[in-house]
Design a protein around this ligand. Structure first.
Ligand SMILES: [Fe+2]
Length: 370
């Protein structure tokens, strides 16, 4: 009990020293959409601060989860139908990526890779930006020389990430957003934005991204990752268990040997979708799926996307720093805004979109104050 109190007190003392916003105020167009959405979503599940995930039990059954997800998708599709622009049709590369995402749960996205020059510009831009110890900003501590040295990770605050003109051009790219909308079949919300580095190997087990897990912060997710350092399979890659994003696909495509092995060890297929603790801590059981481990890696600038509900982990760097940028989209919202730094003002951005501006305001409302 006493150690719990001391721990809490220490966490409080070491909380990151950024300001946050108590409530988010949005532009008029976004506010109107949100008002209608909240009204309709409240009929399915209670929502608070726009976060329906607060009301879902972590250990909810897979079928219940799917049932709620489909109801929410129905509301989002009908309420957001005027937002999606029909400007671009999907080209062949993009269609292949959409098929991969549906079937495998992940895809390489060479059509959205960053060039060498863009990676150089980003790295240069972040050279003197403030680093926070930890891998996501909502889970960091107050930076000090000591904890930045000790922590294997550092990350940056979203307002700094969004100040990079290369990143602004990427996140406001119409073709890119068009692709993401095609995946969701409605206009999604940007739910996380991150640029983090892992400097060295971690020995302790601490529910960190190098252990297999599912991301549970929304019922449908798509994350765009870009390596900002060179990676290969054994050094800094991203490992994803093929088909682990969808039970039906998993069931239909699992080979017979593995199927038999799973059953001979008294497991059933659905149990892989109902692992507790966001699937952390099940390395031994997941090893049965070893032939389905797929790795994404490549030179700096290489990008890929995943449905990050599927089971995945980051592979530790062996001889260099692993730096990665990610942009994650969800169905509606998952923000605990009290743990996030204040949003950047839209007026500070030089590369705002010229068309479909209202739509971008809605998508990036959690990170940019328009
Ligand atoms: Fe993850």
């Amino acid at each position: 009990m006493l150690s719990k109190i001391i721990n809490r007190f220490n966490n409080y003392l070491n909380r990151p020293n950024f300001k946050s916003e108590k409530t988010y105020h949005f532009d008029q167009h976004t506010s109107l959409i949100l008002k209608d959405l909240r009204r309709d979503l409240a009929k399915i599940t209670k929502i608070n601060s726009d976060n329906y995930m607060d009301y879902l039990d972590k250990d909810i059954s897979y079928s219940k989860r799917e049932e709620i997800k489909n109801k929410i998708i129905f509301v989002l599709k009908s309420n957001l139908k005027n937002e999606q622009s029909k400007k671009f049709s999907i080209d062949e590369n993009e269609q292949n990526s959409l098929n991969d995402l549906k079937f495998n749960g992940f895809t390489k996205t060479s059509h959205f890779d960053f060039s060498e020059e863009e990676v150089r510009e980003i790295k240069d831009f972040f050279k003197d930006k403030k680093k926070f110890p930890g891998h996501i900003i909502s889970n960091t501590e107050k930076p000090s020389l000591n904890n930045l040295e000790k922590n294997p990770y550092y990350t940056f605050q979203s307002s700094d990430i969004l100040s990079s003109s290369v990143i602004q051009k990427k996140i406001f790219n119409e073709r890119f957003i068009n692709f993401v909308e095609n995946y969701f079949e409605f206009t999604p919300t940007c739910v996380t934005l991150n640029l983090y580095s892992q400097k060295n190997k971690i020995n302790q087990f601490d529910y960190l991204p190098q252990f297999f897990h599912r991301d549970y912060h929304d019922l449908k997710l798509l994350t765009f990752f870009v390596f900002l350092s060179d990676t290969d399979k054994e050094n800094g890659s991203h490992c994803y268990i093929k088909h682990s994003h969808d039970y039906e696909t998993f069931k239909q495509n699992l080979n017979k040997d593995i199927y038999d092995k799973i059953h001979s060890e008294d497991h059933n297929l659905l149990s892989f979708f109902e692992l507790n603790k966001n699937s952390y801590g099940h390395e031994k059981k997941l090893d049965l799926l070893n032939p389905y481990y797929k790795y994404m890696y490549g030179k700096k600038g290489t990008s890929f996307m995943t449905n990050n509900y599927g089971i995945h982990r980051a592979i530790e760097p062996t001889n260099n720093e692993r730096i990665i940028f990610w942009l994650s989209f969800g169905m509606f919202n998952n923000q605990n805004i009290k743990r996030l730094p204040v949003r950047i003002q839209g007026s500070k951005l030089n590369n705002l979109p010229t068309e479909n501006y209202n739509k971008f305001k809605y998508i990036y409302r959690n990170y940019i104050k328009f």
